[in-house]
Design a protein around this ligand. Structure first.
Ligand code: KIV
Ligand code: ZN
Length: 387
């Protein structure tokens, strides 16, 4: 069977922007949307139009400038929400309404004071309202991660019957294990009669640090869309990180799944989003963290300098990162020290390095990291004494 495409649905501008402190104005949102389009995302969730006049304007303006990607607006399963989303998407070349309702017993009872049958009716009605505005309707079954599979299958079948072309199975609370989430997708594929008429989508939150693993499990089991954000931004512990899923499929091509993302733009867009949202990226973040291509222990540095593949599964340039770094700390070894001296223009022999290494260790024990300026000073002092 030929490789299958995984559609990338980016929700940085909706779920990501919900993070306290990450709010963007229309101009900033347009800048990010254009960068997302250039990155190659298939669907840009631009906002939640009924939530504020500012968000309505953002979705509307983004709809005017985006040419290739689908622009999506979120709504609840409420007629007015859907009408406002439809209006905000009026100028979109390709517009999608994303509507839905909570389907877990917890949501049905606590949020809606309702029952399963009534929620099913409301779900179908919401999709029908949305279809009055566009043929591209995505339904989300909020808290699907904790929704009983048999009931979820009934909801999915009903909304597809009403015209939903994508059905989102959110693990809203980040509760599922990858095996459970994968089995949920497989269950839907095997038990929903009209499943061939829609794409299943993964929208996994990261409360247990499993968002990426769950999304990948969903895709392996037949989901063909992943909802994700740049740098994994999103409610609470965040969403699935776009950069992670893209590189998982690239690294594991045997899965037969691919995306249309230009991976060389992953680091530049990570920096753009981090700067514009004023939300720093943790240094040890996969793919885009400052330490993602840094080597600091002696054993790793020695192996990396002999062959980068011993400690790197991808090259930094593949993901648009700066070159790999050899960081000098008290855990570094002689080969790293010699390498860094060489980069600074000092060619020392083995005896020189043995001598300098002792000095280096004393300095490194008192500092978090030894910088080029420290090395230059050390080298010049040594050359004076040696002469
Ligand atoms: O996490 C969630 O369930 C959501 C939905 C609105 C799709 O963000
Ligand atoms: Zn979410």
């Amino acid at each position: 069977m030929s490789d299958q495409k995984i559609f990338i649905f980016d929700t940085t501008l909706r779920d990501g922007e919900q993070v306290p402190g990450c709010k963007l104005n229309t101009k900033e949102k347009i800048e990010v949307a254009l960068a997302l389009e250039a990155l190659g995302v298939d669907i840009i969730e631009a906002g939640f139009p009924i939530s504020s006049p500012g968000d309505f304007e953002s979705v509307s303006e983004i709809s005017k400038v985006i040419k290739n990607a689908t622009v999506c607006g979120l709504s609840r399963a409420v007629q007015k929400d859907i009408e406002v989303a439809g209006e905000a998407l009026r100028h979109a070349k390709r517009g999608r309404i994303h509507t839905g309702i909570g389907t877990s017993d917890s949501h049905i009872r606590s949020k809606f004071n309702s029952n399963r049958e009534e929620i099913l009716v409301r779900a179908v009605q919401a999709v029908k309202w949305a279809r009055n505005f566009t043929d591209d309707v995505e339904f989300y079954a909020e808290d699907a991660g904790r929704t009983e599979n048999e009931y979820l299958a009934r909801v999915v079948e009903a909304v597809i019957g009403a015209g939903a072309t994508t059905v989102n199975i959110p693990d809203t609370t980040g509760y599922c294990l990858p095996t459970q989430y994968g089995e949920k997708i497989a269950f839907l594929r095997n038990n929903v009669q009209n499943i061939d008429k829609a794409i299943l989508s993964c929208h996994c939150h990261n409360d247990l640090g499993l968002a990426t693993a769950n999304s990948i499990a969903g895709a392996i089991n037949g989901a063909r869309q992943i909802e994700c954000t740049i740098n994994g931004l999103g409610e609470r512990a965040g969403n699935t990180a776009l950069e992670e899923v893209v590189m998982v499929f690239k690294q594991h091509s045997h899965l037969g799944l691919y995306t249309s993302i230009d991976a060389t733009q992953l680091n530049p867009i990570s920096r753009l989003v981090s700067d514009i949202m004023r939300m720093p990226v943790q240094p040890n973040k996969a793919i885009v963290g400052a330490n993602a291509f840094s080597h600091s222990s002696g054993i790793h540095q020695d192996g990396f300098l002999k062959d980068s593949q011993t400690y790197e599964i991808m090259r930094p340039e593949e993901v648009g990162a700066e070159t790999s770094k050899i960081v000098l700390t008290a855990r570094s070894g002689r080969s790293a020290l010699a390498y860094r001296f060489k980069n600074l223009g000092y060619e020392f022999n083995r005896n020189d390095i043995d001598f300098l290494y002792e000095q280096f260790l004393q300095l490194a024990d008192s500092l978090k990291e030894v910088h080029d300026s420290d090395l230059k000073e050390m080298a010049e002092r040594y050359l004076l004494v040696r002469a």
